[in-house]
Design a protein around this ligand. Structure first.
Ligand code: FMN
Length: 192
């Protein structure tokens, strides 16, 4: 697939079925995704794969944090079963004199973005899912999070089931402007 076609046709897929990439395939794709831009090459992230019964363990934790309502607990428990493979995304920031945390977060998200494109390129699909459960102490413990780490959610991975509609078009001209088009007074006139 051409890069442009791959970028344009990738969609988040809420309904995912088997197959998902096996461990070796996933490792190769993660290796490729590690080429994403990363200031200082700090690699301030790590990924944790969950398959089969591991997803059920996560489901039990989500249910435990879902309150007393039986239906809400059942819904929470079923969430990780929406894909055959979940890849938890963990930000592992490091102290650095020149590279602040936000840049490290940007590097981590670039890896996830690249990985989702590579998965699409291989015929798989994915969706990044987040939510308050990422802050849950039990969920953090389950993923082995250290004190300074942050769970950024899970990339749900598998094969798209059902048609994925094309992405609605956006107007790029609203998001890209030339500095000279901003008008006087903008961009620090009279400054440096
Ligand atoms: C950081 C991040 C968090 C997201 N969290 C969720 C989520 O919790 N639930 C969900 O349905 N989609 C989530 N998404 C997927 C977006 O909804 C999706 O990317 C968006 O609708 C655009 O669709 P597309 O990826 O097909 O272009 C998330 C995406 C990102 C980048």
């Amino acid at each position: 697939m051409e890069t442009l076609e791959s970028v344009l046709t990738r969609r988040s897929a809420p309904r995912l079925a088997a197959p998902a990439p096996n461990d070796l395939e996933l490792l190769a794709l993660v290796e490729a995704a590690m080429s994403a831009p990363d200031h200082g090459r700090l690699l301030p992230w790590r990924l944790v794969s969950l398959r089969g019964g591991e997803r059920e363990r996560l489901g039990r934790r989500l249910a435990a944090g879902a309150g007393d309502d039986a239906q809400a607990r059942a819904r929470a428990a079923a969430k990780p079963l929406r894909a055959p493979l979940l890849v938890a995304i963990v930000l592992s920031p490091v102290e650095h004199p020149k590279i602040p945390r936000w840049e490290q977060l940007a590097a981590a998200t670039a890896v996830v973005s690249t990985l989702s494109l590579l998965l699409h390129d291989r015929g798989y699909a994915s969706i990044w899912r987040t939510g308050p459960a990422t802050e849950d102490a039990g969920v953090r413990t389950l993923h082995g999070l250290g004190a300074g780490e942050q769970l950024l959610g899970w990339l749900y991975v598998g094969t798209a089931s059902g048609a994925t509609p094309p992405r609605p078009r956006s107007d790029p001209g609203r998001y890209l402007t030339a500095l000279s088009g901003l008008g006087s007074g903008a961009a620090g006139e009279g400054g440096e």
